[in-house]
Design a protein around this ligand. Structure first.
Ligand code: SF4
Ligand code: SF4
Length: 96
């Protein structure tokens, strides 16, 4: 079992989840430091094209990230809303 990051992360990417993950399995397409710099610079257009992903091979299903997300983007795999079904594969594909 794994947790999955879904659509609400896109354009938010505040990285709160990354800080609490005990196995460091949450990543974006660019580094967390770069994401923070983009936020500081207020570049919302770039942020709108970014989300973070959870590596299903490493996630230990601890749930620590879920309550940290300010936009409720994180779900246990079985609880991903059907409208965001594709995000389970999108998360896994990021690490292939
Ligand atoms: S459930 Fe735990 S291990 Fe999995 S991504 Fe969230 S914090 Fe990391
Ligand atoms: S806490 Fe939520 S919005 Fe922030 S990076 Fe993690 S999943 Fe995305």
């Amino acid at each position: 079992m794994t947790f999955v990051i879904a659509e609400p992360c896109i354009g938010t990417c505040d990285t709160s989840c990354v800080e609490v993950c005990p196995v460091d399995c949450i990543e974006g397409p660019i580094t967390v430091d770069d994401i923070k710099e983009i936020q500081l610079g207020g570049d919302t257009a770039t942020l709108a094209a970014i989300q973070l992903y959870i590596d299903p091979e490493i996630c230990i299903d601890c749930g620590a990230c879920e309550p940290e997300c300010p936009v409720e983007a994180i779900f246990e795999e079985d609880d991903v809303p059907s409208k965001w079904d594709k995000f389970t594969k999108l998360n896994a594909d990021h690490f292939v």
